[in-house]
Ligand binder design. Structure first.
Ligand code: BGC
Length: 421
């Protein structure tokens, strides 16, 4: 992160402030919350978070930074922390939680976690991510599944093809869809979206063990090997079936192409379901959710979580605890995830109000966990450090935008990028 020195300096200023102004008796506080939930379904979920905070008597100060995948938000966050003015809470995920924890700027949530019994409520795969050095420093709002394919059944029907279940079935199906006048794959040409599609292909072509070895453990021979070459070859096939206007298209516009029947399928995490839901579309009828080809038995997880930054005001600190507490409540986990498209992070929740896609996700999460095929999403900052993931994402995007690049060359470059610290 290379911001340690400046952060330590700004922390000293904050700490000095604590001594001078330590608040007594908590009152309503204004909490600034950084997030990137700005698309239709996302904004509805963020509104629920705001509502819940305000029901505790606090004030929500919105710090929304648009940009799917959160890269813009993370850039803005860094400059705010470096200047000694961090927000009270921020949407931060995966190994980045530990990176911020190591900077010594996060609040310890152990007390709230202990009182709320979080260890018993969260699956270990989730609670592990929420801790730094054995202490809770983040609270999870959900579990997203990334390896989904969102399909418009009407388009498939009109083209006279079945939804492909394997990457081998994919080219023949997409060829017919194209001939029938539809866009086979709705895609937005942005690096994080390219990387999202790429990781689902890696999982489908190579399986969970390959995915883990290559994209989590960063094993050099696996990254450079023949299976990775095949992954890039398949990625190049997908590129053939994306429309020419995809450059820079945001992800929810791509989802819109499935909703309005222009395109057949989109490879995207289940925040896409939030778009279908807010457009009033019904799963199984207007659209279908199926695992990306070849990945039905696996699950790439992406857990959204909030961290709290150390604050000098006692009222704000109390507000942070109230926020963390409320995020873990069953009522919040239900309403937030009904809008967001994800499933609750808490175990043993009643899913009666959830749709079939969410129920399938919950079943597959558990089954994959037992089978050893539950893997962290690299494109959504769950698998490796932000610096490493960023370097690898650059290679994936470069390949996608450079038809002349050979899969072998791309695999070699990916292996080199994986050495980035
Ligand atoms: C986040 C989701 C968000 C998506 C698109 C992902 O990285 O985990 O919460 O909806 O990006 O912005």
């Amino acid at each position: 992160m290379k911001i340690r020195t400046r952060i330590v300096h700004s922390c000293l200023i904050v700490a000095f402030g604590v001594g001078m102004t330590a608040a007594t008796g908590a009152q309503a506080a204004e909490l600034e919350v950084l997030h990137w939930w700005t698309a239709g379904g996302e904004a509805k979920s963020a509104a629920e978070l705001k509502k819940m905070l305000e029901s505790k008597g606090h004030k929500w100060k919105d710090f929304a930074v648009a940009g799917g995948g959160g890269e813009n938000a993370m850039t803005v966050l860094k400059s705010r922390v470096v200047s000694g003015n961090p927000p009270a809470a921020a949407q931060i995920k995966g190994p980045s939680i530990g990176e911020w924890g190591a900077e010594g700027v996060l609040s310890n949530l152990d007390e709230v976690a202990k009182a709320g019994g979080w260890d018993g409520l969260l699956p270990p795969v989730v609670s592990k991510v929420m801790k730094h050095g054995g202490h809770y420093v983040a609270v999870p709002v959900n579990v997203h599944r990334v390896n989904w394919m969102w399909a418009n059944p009407e388009v498939f029907k009109k083209a006279g093809v079945e939804i492909p279940r394997t990457w081998d079935e994919f080219p023949a199906a997409t060829e017919k869809i194209q001939k029938a006048g539809f866009v086979p794959v709705a895609h937005g040409g942005q690096p994080w979206q390219d990387f999202t599609v790429f990781e689902s292909i890696a999982l489908g072509v190579g399986g969970a063990d390959f995915y883990r070895k290559a994209l989590v453990e960063l094993d050099q021979p696996t990254l450079k090997g023949p299976t990775m070459e095949k992954v890039f070859t398949t990625f190049a096939t997908v590129r053939k079936y994306v429309d020419k206007d995809s450059a820079n298209r945001v992800w929810n516009q791509a989802t819109g192409m499935i909703i309005n029947g222009k395109a057949a399928m989109q490879f995207m995490g289940d925040w896409a379901k939030g778009e279908f839901t807010s457009a009033g579309k019904v799963p199984g009828k207007d659209y279908v959710c199926v695992a990306a080809p070849g990945t039905a038995e696996a699950f790439t997880f992406n857990i959204d979580s909030l961290v709290m930054f150390e604050q000098s005001s006692g009222d704000v600190r109390k507000g942070q605890q109230d926020l963390a507490n409320a995020v873990m409540s069953p009522a919040f986990q239900e309403v937030f995830n009904l809008n967001k498209g994800s499933i609750p992070a808490r175990m043993n929740m009643n899913l009666d109000k959830f749709d079939d896609c969410a129920k399938l996700s919950a079943r597959d999460f558990e089954a994959a966990s037992k089978r050893g095929s539950l893997v962290p999403s690299i494109a959504h900052q769950m698998a490796v450090s932000a610096a490493t993931a960023g370097a690898m994402q650059d290679v994936v995007t470069q390949f996608f935008n450079t038809p002349a690049m050979k899969p072998k060359e791309a695999a070699d470059k990916l292996a080199r990028a994986a050495l980035t610290k």
